[in-house]
Design a protein around this ligand. Structure first.
Ligand code: 5GP
Length: 121
């Protein structure tokens, strides 16, 4: 919690200070369209609690919150109609992961073949 920036963009989205195109929401989770999509389908799934990244979430979030997050993925994939064609889920983390927004988020990408898993340039 000490490193969490309460003024990050996704915290502002959660507070309703910045609009978003919501795909799914429950007590613990919000999923919304990425503002700069990298594929025909590009949705970000975030926990509503203050967690900086996947490690922080996995260490500190309650079992209820973690279960809700995990369970939401299946529902979101169905809402996005990706269950047959497949998708990629990415959690960029820290410096080497090139994480830009310091609130844990899972990218869900799909709608076309996504190429190889990583490209280092
Ligand atoms: P990261 O690089 O941290 O894994 O990804 C951050 C993502 O947040 C980027 O894909 C970027 O397009 C998205 N993003 C940044 N600001 C906003 C915003 O204000 N609204 C939405 N919907 N997405 C944003």
């Amino acid at each position: 919690m000490a490193d969490y920036d309460p003024d990050n963009i996704f915290a502002k989205i959660l507070k309703g200070e910045i609009p978003n195109k919501t795909v799914y929401e429950n007590e613990h989770v919000l999923a919304f369209e990425d503002i700069n999509p990298q594929a025909p389908v590009h949705v970000l799934v975030i926990p509503k609690g203050p967690y900086t990244d996947m490690r922080d979430f996995s260490k500190r979030a309650s079992e209820e919150a973690q279960m809700a997050f995990s369970r939401s993925i299946g529902d979101i994939v169905e809402i996005l109609e990706l269950e047959k064609t497949g998708f990629r889920a990415i959690a960029n983390t820290g410096i080497n992961g090139l994480q830009e927004v310091p609130h844990y988020h899972l990218h869900i990408l799909g709608g076309q073949p996504l190429g190889r898993m990583i490209h280092i340039s």
